[in-house]
Ligand binder design. Structure first.
Ligand SMILES: C[S@@+](CC[C@H](N)C(=O)[O-])C[C@H]1O[C@@H](n2cnc3c(N)ncnc32)[C@H](O)[C@@H]1O
Length: 126
């Protein structure tokens, strides 16, 4: 049996509110395929797990509430066909603003296209 230890400490919401820069975070960890993207391996592993958890299982429901979404939407891509409504939330104003910018296709919104394409390919392999 695999037992997971809880982290000894969590980063407080106030730290995200004061110091977190969503633009730098997205460029650094979510520019899938870009050579400067440090998070490619972790991101693709996460996307595969999320695909198994949502797209390949019978998990479904009416409303999905994502707590601490940050400025990201990758975590919702495989779930979006399984829920009628998805609510994203975050403690830090800048993260909510970044998500709103993406929703409204505002100038400078992060381009999730490579990540969406990757998930479509994963799900297409079913
Ligand atoms: C590790 S980040 C995760 C971000 C994103 N979901 C991802 O996978 O990259 C955790 C997020 O939780 C938010 N957070 C921290 N404390 C919170 C709280 N009490 N309520 C809601 N969000 C909180 C932070 O602002 C931060 O964006």
């Amino acid at each position: 049996m695999c037992k997971m230890e809880a982290p000894s400490s969590f980063t407080e919401g106030e730290v995200y509110q004061m110091d977190f820069n969503p633009g730098i975070y997205l460029e650094t960890y979510y520019s899938l395929g870009a050579s400067h993207c440090k998070g490619n391996k972790i991101l693709t592993l996460n996307l595969r797990s999320l695909c198994e958890m949502f797209a390949l299982s019978d998990v479904k429901g009416d409303i999905l509430i994502d707590i601490g979404s940050g400025p990201t939407i990758y975590q919702l891509l495989s779930a979006c066909e399984k829920f009628n409504e998805i609510i994203v939330s975050d403690y830090a104003d800048r993260n909510c603003q970044e998500l709103e910018k993406w929703l409204k296709k505002g100038p400078g919104a992060f381009d999730w296209t490579p990540v969406v394409k990757y998930v479509c390919e994963l799900e297409g392999q079913r």
